[in-house]
Design a protein around this ligand. Structure first.
Ligand SMILES: [Cu+2]
Length: 107
């Protein structure tokens, strides 16, 4: 009985590790970068942000510039406004467009 239970547990852990590895593998397919910037414009209609950003580090290599980003539907834009300093995470969608997936306000 004891052995049986342990085997069950091992199987569960193996499954959990397998799932986690799968998630990491999927993430690796999409490059992820991080940068700081300043909001230049908020387009709530199109769910886009114009950001003057510093160099993007991580899996996305981009020098500092001002550009428009698509923003993931899960990100709330209501607390962001022009002039706000932010830190954000960006990835690329299936069409290669840059998409902000997380953003936080800096003081
Ligand atoms: Cu850019």
């Amino acid at each position: 009985m004891k052995t049986y239970r342990r085997r069950q547990m091992t199987a569960s852990i193996a499954l959990a590790v397998g799932l986690a590895a799968g998630a990491v593998a999927r993430d690796k397919e999409r490059p992820v970068g991080e940068a700081e910037g300043v909001i230049r414009g908020v387009d709530a209609q199109e769910h886009k942000l114009m950001i003057t950003h510093g160099p993007i580090s991580g899996g996305i290599d981009m020098p500092a510039m001002t550009m428009a980003f698509q923003v993931a539907p899960s990100v709330d834009l209501s607390s962001l406004e022009k002039g706000q300093s932010v830190k954000f995470t960006v990835t690329r969608d299936d069409k290669g467009r840059y998409v902000v997936t997380a953003i936080s306000r800096q003081k």
